[in-house]
Design a protein around this ligand. Structure first.
Ligand code: RTP
Ligand code: MG
Length: 138
């Protein structure tokens, strides 16, 4: 059984997609083992997106992700890491298939509704950044 980190980004929360996204993840069969709504402190955003530190869009990315509340989700299930990425769709919504969160709900690469960890290493790292052990179900 795997665990991964998902996050409804500020645009998703602002556009009232929280229940829709959580509902689809749960109906898919994944178990929510941690959940909180929060405004991400700037330092945490910079740590979360550290891999993109040198990219030209890093400042905008951090500005956006800290611009309003997000919903941080710890998700458990069989092959949930790649499964979540499949449900999300491509990073750029113009390439995201219909039926995916980004394909259905996003139009801009900068505001693409949802984050999901890219691999096992990132999943463990990001869950550790956003949740304490006590905040996660056993
Ligand atoms: P995320 O980390 O947010 O789940 O998205 P991802 O894995 O699909 O994409 P990633 O390559 O990790 O990029 C992180 C976020 O940076 C923004 N981005 N902007 N302007 C650009 O060319 C550009 N490229 C990436 C996107 O919002 C992406 O989700
Ligand atoms: Mg990524």
């Amino acid at each position: 059984m795997e665990r991964t980190f998902a996050m409804i980004k500020p645009d998703g929360v602002r556009r009232n997609l929280t229940a829709e996204i959580l509902g689809r993840l749960i109906r898919k069969g994944y178990r929510v083992v941690g959940l909180k709504q929060m405004v991400i402190p700037r330092e945490l955003a910079e740590q979360h997106y550290a891999e993109h530190k040198e990219r030209p869009f890093f400042g905008e990315l951090v500005d956006f992700i800290t611009s309003g509340p997000v919903v941080a989700i710890a998700l458990e299930g069989e092959n949930v890491i790649s499964g979540l990425r499949t449900l999300m769709g491509a990073t750029n919504p113009k390439d995201a298939a219909p039926g995916t969160f980004r394909g259905d709900y996003a139009t801009s690469i900068g505001e693409n509704v949802i984050h999901g960890s890219a691999n096992e290493h990132d999943a463990a790292r990001e869950l550790g950044l956003f949740f304490s052990d006590a905040e996660l179900l056993k």
